[in-house]
Write a protein that binds this ligand. Structure first.
Ligand code: GAP
Length: 443
């Protein structure tokens, strides 16, 4: 079973590279651990994940305010948030090979009681706390330069704009602020493909509430998170809810629920939901004037936090399917139409027949204008095109054939649509194509 699972991971990593979803960062110079570059298909898939999230949690709601804050933030922000003092992992280094490990992740059995290096058997040094924030300097000369940090969570970019948002929009409690953006953590052991990186993206909400409503709000947001996961096509049989034990809570949290996922490399965190109380607003010395009661109060915060790259990985794992079609094994990504990087591929049955090509280009242009995520594919024979599109998760392949041109008059100006998951085909009028495809986009 374990081998099979490792195999799935290897297949996904290889597909992601071969088909241009994800490449190692700085690859031509030997790679940079914990940094990943997304190719065209990967960038499209990421955009679809983020758009679906933004639509559900921001555009479709009346009580949510979007924000795009700066990545570089002053050190005072991270002092107030507790990250300078407390955002650290325990680290140990091997005296022989100098590999570093997170002490809390060392497997006692493999390390002979926790004292030996799992890579070379050398002696491990004493465990020390390692702060995971990346810092840099702003300013021309070293002596006048100020230390700033690349944010390790998007959350603080939201909190520091609480007053700006309240002053600009005068929202009534409860209301939320949402942000999608990069976060940076100097992880001691980046690993498992894009699961733990040093540069990654988050989609976060800080939802401001009256303190007495926290339990109801917590449950509401837990359900909302699960609804979104279902809507993007996450395999919910692989998703588990873990109530984080009090001794394992982050420094700001009063209660945290982790959504865990069965990755091929084990059950690990996917997303988190935290009750941050008034920790952040109090530390930033911010409050809210409640027009209903006339009082100034410090709202409490419920924080649904999603890693974009982990969403991507969990979706690839959920979607990766192998079956047999026409006597051959095929691998395909069973991605939902609103998430797939390519919604439909348009092909002429034969690429050397100008009349088929002309019609195909016209259909392609009309669909491209409407949906954007449309590919023109005339490479190799039709069977090969289907396999190629299956592998990247394209739900529909549209073929222009001689019937389209009127060889069979009953089929004039119709095309075949081949469905990825079943391989079934049906004929649809060109005039109905846009409506047909729209009807299949369910979210
Ligand atoms: N603002 C709260 C916060 O940042 P977190 O649990 O540290 O909480 C939230 O991070 C989410 O960000 C995680 O659930 C995960 O999806 C993602 N994440 C955290 N560290 C990551 C890393 N090194 N690589 C990729 N994603 C990461």
């Amino acid at each position: 079973m374990q081998n099979e699972e490792n195999n799935v991971m290897e297949k996904i990593v290889s597909l992601a590279k071969r088909r241009g979803f994800i490449f190692q960062g700085s690859e031509i110079y030997g790679g940079l651990a914990g940094a990943w570059d997304y190719g065209h298909l990967g960038a499209e898939l990421l955009n679809n994940i983020k758009s679906s999230w933004w639509k559900k949690f921001v555009s479709d709601r009346e009580d949510m305010y979007g924000i795009r804050a700066a990545i570089l933030m002053r050190s005072e922000v991270w002092e107030a948030s507790g990250h300078v003092a407390g955002f650290a992992d325990p680290m140990t280094e091997c005296a022989k090979c100098h590999h570093r490990f997170r002490t809390d992740q060392l497997d006692a059995e493999k390390t002979d009681g926790g004292m030996k290096c799992p890579d070379c058997g050398g002696a491990l040094g004493e465990s020390r706390q390692f702060n995971m924030m990346f810092s840099t300097k702003i300013g021309a000369a070293d002596d006048t330069a100020a230390t700033v940090y690349l944010r390790p969570e998007t959350a603080q970019g939201i909190f520091v704009n609480f007053k700006n948002t309240v002053d600009a929009y005068h929202p009534k409690l409860p209301f939320g602020m949402a942000q999608i953006g990069k976060a940076f953590r100097n992880e001691i052991t980046p690993r498992d493909f894009i699961f733990r990186s040093r540069e990654f993206e988050q989609m976060e909400i800080e939802y401001y509430i009256r303190p007495e409503t926290w339990e109801v709000q917590f449950e509401y947001w837990q359900n909302e998170m699960a609804d979104w996961m279902k809507s993007v096509g996450m395999d919910m049989s692989k998703v588990h809810v873990l109530d984080v034990a009090p001794e394992d809570l982050a420094h700001y949290s009063k209660r945290t629920v982790d959504f865990e996922f069965d990755y091929p490399f084990g059950k690990k965190e996917l997303f988190g939901l935290a009750y941050r109380g008034s920790f952040d607003l109090t530390n930033h010395k911010l409050d809210y004037h409640d027009e209903e009661t006339g009082e100034n109060i410090v709202p409490h915060v419920i924080e649904p936090s999603f890693g974009v790259d982990r969403a991507f990985l969990a979706l690839m794992i959920s979607a990766y399917t192998e079956d047999e079609m026409n006597g051959e094994t095929r691998a395909y990504l069973k991605l939902a139409p609103h998430i797939a990087p390519v919604l439909a591929a348009v092909s002429p049955l034969l690429r050397n027949k100008p009349e088929l090509v002309e019609k195909s280009r016209a259909v392609f242009s009309a669909l491209k204008k409407e949906f954007g995520r449309i590919a023109y594919d005339d490479n190799g024979n039709i069977g090969k095109r289907y396999r190629r599109q299956d592998e990247i998760g394209t739900p529909f392949c549209i073929v222009i054939d001689f019937d389209t041109l009127g060889e069979n008059p009953a089929n004039l100006d119709t095309v075949t649509i081949r469905h990825r998951d079943t391989g079934n085909q049906e004929r649809v009028a060109i005039a109905e194509l846009i409506t047909f495809i729209k009807s299949k986009i369910t979210a």
